[in-house]
Design a protein around this ligand. Sequence first.
Ligand SMILES: Cc1ncc(COP(=O)(O)O)c(C=O)c1O
Length: 391
Amino acid sequence: MENLIALGQKYVMNTYNRQSKVFVKGQGSYVWDSEGNKYLDFVGGIAVNILGHCPEVVQKALHEQAAKLIHCSNLYWIEPQIKLAQKLAEASSCDKVFFCNSGAEANEAAIKLARKWGKGRYEIITMEKSFHGRTLGALTATGQEKYRKDFEPLPGGFKYVPYNDLQALVDAIDHHTCAVMLEPIQGEGGVNVPDANYLKGVEEACRLNNLLLIVDEVQTGIGRTGKAFGYQNFGLEPDIITLAKGLGGGVPIGAMLAKEAVAQAFVPGDHASTFGGNPLATAVALAVIEKVFTEEFLVSVVEKGEYFKEQLNQLKTNYPIIKKVKGLGLMVGCELDVENGSAIVQYAIEHGVLINIVGNKTLRFVPPLTTSKDEIDQVIGILAQAFEEVG
Ligand SMILES: Cc1ncc(COP(=O)(O)O)c(C=O)c1O
């Protein structure tokens, strides 16, 4: 393991603070490291492994499609791509889909589409504490200075307002504005769930001012919050939706969905992606959403999420280190009353549980949506131990 990590440090670019573990195998909610240690994975590839590790449906779709057609240019029609687009359109407020390979790329596509639709109006209002990706456009959309500094000059045309503050948004709209872009629940910003009527208010402001409502569902989409898409918890009808992470159940794929009248702004030559919507990725995504977009599956996510939050709130009564329990479905946050909670994460990993922290203060749990109450209990047990011993 040490040798491999030393090689990694020599040859892999230094863009992540990585734990000193090498993972070699995964099954269901568990992964194994190169030393044979087993871990309960509540990071889930950061909200990617929604059906757990190596789920049979994904394996089957991969194997079958790999034997038929692995890649084919978008200069031609591809059956699984068409079928996936149909399913996503039917399940959402949108009508047409552009496929790409990641969340940042989906947001880049959304930014370009909004600008083309805006016919001269180019400005997009985004939220403080938001996260939209690392490419220059998506990075500029991201309302967190810490990610943007050092990369200037950034493209213009973005304005930031505090999340959950409707008046600030309304005040920021001017004749340059073409769209508002936000996460229905902020992920990297700390698992921030907005007040009940905020998002509906944002939508009304968009309608009044003829602006597009762009919802970044990269983290909240595909069942994560107990609905097919996170915005459905708030009764919205977004004009553009971006997806990635869970869509491929571990296989890289991104998508940008738009309503017909908005999608029409793009014509051949406006946007493209060599790998976007490739047969392998779309065949897998199709199998993933067939499993996830069912009443039974989504209800189970809601139930497990509620159970998880109840257990965390129970812990809160014993451990004042917990400031606030938040989230929806299986996107759960536990805000700690500390400057830096990474010792808790470290304790958990040393005791066989993978968890993650955002903004140094909020433990973020985005486990496989197939996790069980028993596994949730295991995580609660380790957290209690961690708060007892290091908290
Ligand atoms: C809400 C949101 N949008 C966009 C992204 C960027 O996605 P990717 O890393 O696939 O580019 C992320 C990643 O964490 C995200 O959480």
